[in-house]
Design a protein around this ligand. Structure first.
Ligand code: FMN
Length: 320
C-alpha cells in the first residue's frame, strides 16, 4: 500500500539536483513526497558488494535522512536479474520503489532504459512483473508520453500494462522522449490517463507557480502534482502550493529569504557526499531572478571551494 502523503505536491527526481539536502528542504517546506535521483541498478549491485565488505550499507551510496520520509527511490535499467537484485537491496531503506521510463538522455536510452522502454511492450511487462514480485513495498512508475511525435500515445498501453501488473501509482510527464524539455507538456494527456486509470496519477510538467499547480489539478483531475525545475533553488514553492490549494492565497518570499534558504542548503549539504560542482549549480539556482544575479553566477562558477562560495553568497546577502 502507498504511504499517506501529507500534501498533493511532490518533488520530482532530478539527477544532480534532488540531492538529500534539497529533498529535505522541500520536505520541510511541505512536499508530500520526495524521490531520489535516478540510480542505475548495476551500480547499486556493485556498490552494495563494495560497502558490505566494509560493514556499510547502500545508504552510503544513496544517501538520505529519516526526516525525508515517505521517501521513494528511483531505479533505471532493464536487465531483469539485476533489476530484481537491486530492488531487493534498496527495499529495506525506502518506502516506495519508483521505476524510470522517461529519461531522454542518450546514455540511458542507448542501454534500453529510461524513455526508450516505452516502445518495448513485452520487456516493459516483464520489468513490472519482476519488480512487483521482487519487493513488498509499493512499486510506482514514471513515464513520458511516447518516444517520437508519431508514437506520442505509447503511454496508453504502457499505463494499462502497469496497472494490470500491480504498479500502484504513475507519474506522467506528457512530453515525448525526442522532445526533451522543449515545447510545453500536453496536460490534456494527463486528463486522459486519469480518466482511464484506477490508480493515483501524478501530473508532471511545467509547474512553476502555485497557480500552475491548481490549474493542472483542475484541468486534469490528477491526484497529485510533481514539480521539478520549478522547485530548483525554490523549496518555498511547496508551501505556496499547499496554501494556495487550501486558501487561494500564499506568502511571497524575497531574495533574502532565498539566500537564507541557500545557506540552509549549504549547511545540510556538508552532511552528505554531494559533489562541489553540484553545490555550485544549486547556488546558481538560488540566485535566479536576483538583482545582479548573472554577475554573482559568474563568481560562483569560478569559486573553488565551499569557503569561497560561502563568501560570495554572504557578500550578496549583505548587498541585497
Ligand atoms: C536536471 C534534471 C534532472 C532530471 N533527472 C531525472 C531523474 O533522475 N529521474 C526522472 O524520472 N526524471 C528526471 N528529470 C525529469 C523531471 O523529474 C521532470 O519529469 C521534468 O523536469 C518535468 O517536470 P518540470 O517541468 O516540473 O521540471 C530530470 C529533470 C531535470 C531538469
Amino acid at each position: 500500500m502507498l504511504p499517506k502523503f501529507s500534501s498533493r505536491a511532490f518533488l520530482a527526481p532530478m539527477a544532480g539536483v534532488s540531492d538529500p539536502a534539497l529533498r529535505l528542504q522541500c520536505k520541510q517546506m511541505g512536499a508530500g513526497l520526495v524521490v531520489t535521483e535516478f540510480t542505475n541498478i548495476h551500480s547499486i549491485i556493485a556498490k552494495e558488494k563494495q560497502f558490505k565488505e566494509n560493514m556499510q550499507t547502500i545508504q552510503e551510496f544513496i544517501e538520505f535522512s529519516e526526516e525525508e520520509r515517505p521517501l521513494s527511490v528511483q531505479l533505471f535499467g532493464s536487465d531483469l536479474t539485476a533489476l530484481e537484485k537491486a530492488a531487493k537491496i534498496v527495499e529495506p531503506y525506502f518506502d516506495i520503489i519508483d521505476y524510470n521510463m522517461g529519461c531522454p538522455a542518450p546514455h540511458v536510452t542507448k542501454q534500453m532504459a529510461g524513455g526508450a522502454l516505452l516502445q518495448e511492450v513485452n520487456l516493459t511487462q516483464q520489468i513490472f512483473q519482476t519488480l512487483v514480485n521482487a519487493v513488498k513495498k509499493p512499486v510506482t512508475l514514471k513515464i513520458r508520453s511516447g518516444v517520437t511525435d508519431a508514437s506520442k500515445f505509447l503511454f496508453r498501453e504502457i499505463a494499462e500494462i502497469a496497472e494490470d501488473e500491480g504498479i500502484q501509482m504513475i507519474t506522467f510527464h506528457p512530453r515525448t522522449v525526442s522532445q526533451g524539455y522543449s515545447g510545453h507538456s500536453d496536460w490534456s494527456m494527463i486528463k486522459e490517463l486519469k480518466e482511464v486509470s484506477s490508480i493515483p496519477i501524478v501530473g508532471n510538467g511545467d509547474i512553476v507557480t502555485p497557480e500552475d499547480a491548481k490549474i493542472m489539478i483542475d484541468e486534469t483531475n490528477c491526484d497529485y502534482v510533481m514539480i521539478g525545475r520549478g522547485a530548483m533553488g525554490n523549496p518555498f514553492l511547496f508551501e505556496q502550493i499547499n496554501d494556495y490549494l487550501k486558501t487561494n492565497s500564499y506568502k511571497e518570499y524575497s531574495f533574502k529569504d532565498k539566500l537564507d534558504s541557500f545557506f540552509d542548503y549549504l549547511h545540510l549539504s556538508t552532511k552528505y557526499k554531494i559533489k562541489f560542482a553540484n553545490i555550485k549549480s544549486q547556488a546558481m539556482r538560488f540566485t535566479k531572478g536576483m538583482n545582479g544575479g548573472s554577475k554573482m553566477r559568474l563568481k560562483i562558477t569560478l569559486s573553488k571551494d565551499i569557503i569561497e562560495l560561502e563568501k560570495i553568497m554572504n557578500d550578496a546577502y549583505l548587498q541585497s
